[in-house]
Design a binder for this molecule. Structure first.
Ligand code: NAG
Ligand code: NAG
Ligand code: NAG
Length: 620
């Protein structure tokens, strides 16, 4: 199962025998009489006590539960020696000493095909996806507009495995106490936690430096990366200086590459409307002023957030918490003094077991926190506006064996509003009184959008206000919009409207449009193409206010290249002018030559070709 790593050296998996041929210099092998002393060692301070050194001799048959060796060939001067490592041995570089002096080097990896290994997975399709697949899909955008992004994990590309082992060697625990750290490498829980700290460079010589401000001077925009290989190689060649820059999906993708390279089944997941609860109260507090303008707070809701799940047993916890474990390499909050997070069983999140290792409260809040919006009045007082249980939506990952999206929200939580969900929430020690408190004043506001929202176009969004009240009521509607980055930082105003006296027919809804002009929002939106809309409805008679909030994602303009079946000359002519035009248009962005070449080749093969791509893909 390691052929994808190449055949220039010996790379094997735990608990699975491999065979080597020994050519004897003198004499021949005599069954039952000849003996051979074998010593397998890993790390700078191998010791039997730490499990980093194993000494074994020949036995009559292979024992796959421990280090063992047996001869599988008939007597002669060539001996086929079958060797099996323990399925609990530390992973990494080994030296195997046979007899007095013969030394063999090999690399040992986790073995998800081996039932005795802690990362065992019993389904071939899943193994093909979560261990062997070198490319995948990462979901971005927003819950209402999910954008799949292809990613090249490249875990078997040349040199990557060595870089992954270097990452383990550079981790502070290894630098402090290598003997103990190498011993810890038998345990995928330990390795996964180390990786969640080492993929970011906070507190250590980790792989990626995060940056969430526009511009990305001195580095590469996180949106530019298309795979992990270049990032890992850059880190390696820059003598472990962090690669600039990463954001959550880049951190998660690199962690996934390294886990798969080492043999731990792993996948990248995306949580939409992901809460970042800074004060651990499981409540996200949002503030608006009386004009409906959002005020930046420390607690944030990311439009989406990516982390990884790795597959392993949890002998350190109660039974039944084996399986997918979440860990998060994006530096957000410290855990045990270090920027790392997890692994925590998904089931512990679902059941609200917040005392379980590691970092259950943080991950629980990401998918479950209650959102409370407070209005800050001019006199300094605050009042609650709405409470919406919107955090943790459409948790997504790539399906096994296809490019479609698999919704895995049910692995993290019971259906929204179900008894089990509230039970889990209560168990998580949170008194959720807030949800029951909000009396219904009979006026409602929601935000509706049209599907066609392209960057560069002007378009309308709508606040829909409905009136279910009997008595006379007067109200004011403030409808605003501002740019927002994917991690919840608010930018400039993109359009605003304040209607002081809204009249509503009974029982019916009124659509109040707000026009978003490119001339206005074009200069405000970040590369994330996100705009946050907020509609605040004040009821003059009761003094209450209701807020509707929604994020929209603008599509990049599409470029369509259509080549139809026309006589060859005319054909070439058309293409030439088309590309001349495109080239001039995109001159500052990229050199098109290679693309043109590729396309011409494809055109000469197919008489009728249609290529559609967004400009973002082109610029890559
Ligand atoms: C992040 O990018 C900004 C804008 O380009 C830059 O000024 C800042 O120094 C970067 N941050 C780090 C930590 O490098
Ligand atoms: C958008 O442009 C139209 C005219 O084209 C103007 O009437 C409207 O006020 C503008 N809206 C905003 C929010 O700037
Ligand atoms: C809602 O409808 C009622 C009649 O059922 C009317 O008296 C009231 O003024 C309406 N409210 C608004 C805000 O228009």
């Amino acid at each position: 199962r390691t052929d994808l790593n190449g055949v220039d050296r010996l790379i094997v998996r735990r608990g699975q025998p491999f065979t080597i041929s020994l050519y004897l210099r003198s004499g021949s092998y005599q069954p039952g009489i000849s003996s051979l002393d074998c010593i397998a060692e890993t790390g700078p301070q191998p010791s039997e006590q730490y499990g980093t050194r194993a000494r074994f001799g020949l036995s009559s048959s292979i024992d796959t539960s421990t280090w063992s060796a047996t001869v599988t060939s008939p007597p002669g001067d060539m001996v086929a020696l079958s060797i099996c490592s323990s399925p609990k041995a530390p992973i990494g570089r080994y030296t195997l000493t046979l007899g007095q002096s013969e030394k063999i080097e090999f690399i040992l990896l986790f073995n998800p095909w081996c039932p005795a290994d802690a990362v065992y997975m019993d389904n071939e399709q899943n193994l093909a996806e979560y261990v062997l697949s070198q490319d995948g899909i990462i979901f971005r955008g927003s819950s209402k507009h999910i954008i799949p992004t292809p990613w090249n994990f490249g875990q078997f590309e040349s040199g990557i495995l060595d870089i992954c082992l270097r990452i383990l060697d550079m981790n502070p625990k290894c630098l402090r106490n290598p003997g103990k750290d190498y011993s810890g490498r038998r345990n995928p829980i330990y390795v996964t936690r180390v990786l969640s700290a080492m993929v970011n460079c906070n507190d250590d010589k980790g792989v990626l430096l995060g940056n969430w401000t526009d511009g990305y001077e001195g580095g590469v925009s996180p949106l530019f990366w298309r795979g992990s290989v270049e990032i890992l190689r850059n880190w390696d060649t820059q003598s472990c200086q962090p690669v600039r820059y990463g954001q959550c999906w880049v951190f998660a993708a690199v962690a996934c590459s390294v886990s798969r390279a080492l043999g731990i089944p792993c996948r990248v997941i995306t949580n939409y409307l992901s809460a970042h609860d800074t004060n651990s109260n499981l409540v996200i507090e949002h503030y608006v002023n009386e004009n409906g303008e959002l005020i930046q707070s420390r607690d944030m809701i990311w439009n989406y957030h990516c982390w990884v799940e790795s597959w392993m047993t949890r002998p350190d916890l109660k039974p039944d918490f084996d399986g997918w474990q979440a860990s998060d390499p994006t530096p957000q909050e410290k855990s045990e003094g270090v920027y790392c997070c997890g692994p925590i069983p998904l089931r512990a999140i679902k059941e609200g077991e917040l005392t379980f290792k590691y970092d259950a409260p943080f991950v629980f809040a990401e998918v479950n926190a209650d959102v409370v919006t407070m209005m800050k009045k001019k006199d300094g007082s605050t009042s609650k506006v709405t409470t919406i249980g919107l955090v943790g939506q459409m948790i997504s990952t790539k399906s096994v064996g296809s490019d479609s999206r698999e919704d895995i929200t049910h692995l993290y939580k019971y259906p929204e509003g179900s008894d089990e969900e509230r039970e889990a929430f209560t168990k998580a020690n949170h008194q959720n009184k807030l949800l029951q408190q909000n009396p219904d004043p009979g006026l409602h506001v929601t935000i509706k959008v049209t599907p066609d929202m392209r960057k560069g176009c002007d378009f309308d969004v709508f606040a829909v206000v409905t009136n279910h009240t009997e008595g006379e009521k007067k109200c004011r509607l403030v409808f605003g919009s501002c740019a927002v980055s994917y991690n919840g930082f608010l930018g400039g105003n993109c359009g605003f409207k304040d209607l002081l006296n809204v009249q509503l027919p009974p029982g019916a809804g009124e659509r109040v449009p707000l026009r978003l002009n490119y001339s206005k929002y074009g200069g405000q939106v970040t590369e994330d193409n996100l705009i946050r809309l907020a509609a605040l409805l004040h009821d003059y008679s009761t003094g209450q206010a209701k807020l509707a909030m929604r994020n929209i994602v603008l599509d990049n303009p599409e470029i369509k290249v259509r080549v139809s079946t026309v006589p060859f000359l005319c054909h070439t002519f058309q293409i030439f002018f088309f590309f001349l035009q495109m080239y001039i248009y995109f001159l500052p962005l990229f050199p098109l030559f290679s693309f043109v070449l590729l396309l011409c080749r494809s055109i000469s093969q197919h008489s009728n070709t249609v290529i559609v791509m967004s400009n973002q893909t082109l610029s890559a």
